[in-house]
Design a protein around this ligand. Structure first.
Ligand SMILES: NC(=O)c1ccc[n+]([C@@H]2O[C@H](COP(=O)([O-])OP(=O)(O)OC[C@H]3O[C@@H](n4cnc5c(N)ncnc54)[C@H](O)[C@@H]3O)[C@@H](O)[C@H]2O)c1
Length: 267
């Protein structure tokens, strides 16, 4: 059995990931970590019945990991917390799944340094859904063929989402930009803002939208819209659990979901 710790266990994604771990024959939940509900049984917090796994205090993560000895730590928290959790996990030689989004380049570098220095394996991705990772591959191909078209990315999420634009929209922009030899990214427009050769990125927030991403390629007399819509967070949770199984036996390194799925080449 692969032993799993979940950071952000009391959140929307953490709870779903735990439900998927409980259904898996390969995985065992050994630790649930959060800053809320500390000491309560995570099954009772989730209202699914006692699991005999108390919520460990994220502020005491070193001791929680020392006691529960997970093989893989899955993090769905907030960027500042995820950096600390990833460093703590890497120092204990635990392989990592990082689903949290909204990292600054400095935060990302801190995590990557800890992963490399401690020789662990980590999958870091803003989107664990299989569909979105196929969508990324389609975008790369479209960008190559429509390089002189105007490109805009429009994403929509629920009104509780903390970061904007979404990590998935940024990743889509990076994939397209890389294919086109580097493009300026413009986040929204206001006032006088004539279009140049940039990729425009627009974030919509409202209601309970799980996650929509549309990439518009607009040319003379026509346009193509490539769209992915997540109907439920289960698409992400299922992918995160699949990645946890994969990373448990991966060689040290930093990976993306594309590596887990083997569905498109990064370079
Ligand atoms: N990669 C993906 O596929 C994917 C999919 C959905 C959401 N996300 C990202 O996952 C993150 C969490 O999303 P959510 O919707 O579950 O949010 P949420 O607010 O429902 O849950 C976050 C949880 O983290 C906890 N937390 C805060 N600080 C902590 C710390 N120091 N240590 C441990 N836990 C801590 C909070 O108490 C809360 O329970 C966000 O960054 C979101 O953008 C990623």
């Amino acid at each position: 059995m692969i032993k799993i710790a979940v950071c952000g266990a009391c959140g929307k994604m953490g709870g779903l990931v735990i439900e998927n771990i409980l259904k898996s024959k390969e995985l065992k939940l050994v630790s649930a970590i959060d800053v809320t509900n500390v000491g309560k049984d995570i099954g009772e917090v989730m209202r699914i019945g006692r699991l005999n796994v108390p919520v460990g205090d994220a502020n005491d993560i070193d001791n929680v990991l020392e006691r529960s000895k997970p093989d893989v730590l899955i993090d769905f928290t907030i960027a500042s917390a995820a950096v600390k959790n990833v460093i703590a996990g890497a120092q204990k030689k635990i392989n990592l799944i990082v689903g949290t989004t909204g990292f600054t380049p400095e935060q990302r570098a801190l995590m990557e340094n800890a992963i490399r220095e401690n020789n662990v394996a980590a999958v870091i991705t803003p989107n664990f859904s299989i569909g979105v990772n196929v969508f990324f591959g389609i975008l790369a191909e479209a960008a190559e063929r429509l390089s002189d078209y105007d490109i805009e990315i429009i994403e929509a999420h629920h009104n509780q989402k903390k970061d904007a634009p979404s990590g998935t929209a940024v990743k889509a922009a990076e994939i397209i930009s890389k294919k086109l030899g580097g493009k300026e990214l413009v986040y929204g427009r206001h006032g006088l803002s004539p279009r140049k050769a940039e990729i425009g990125i627009h974030a919509v927030r409202g209601g309970d939208i799980v996650g929509d991403h549309t990439v518009l390629f607009a040319g003379d007399g026509e346009r193509i819209e490539i769209k992915h819509q997540a109907h439920s967070r289960q698409a992400f949770a299922k992918g995160a659990v699949r990645a946890a199984v994969w990373v448990s036996s991966a060689r040290p390194g930093i990976y993306e979901m594309a590596d887990v799925l083997g569905i498109y080449q990064k370079k």
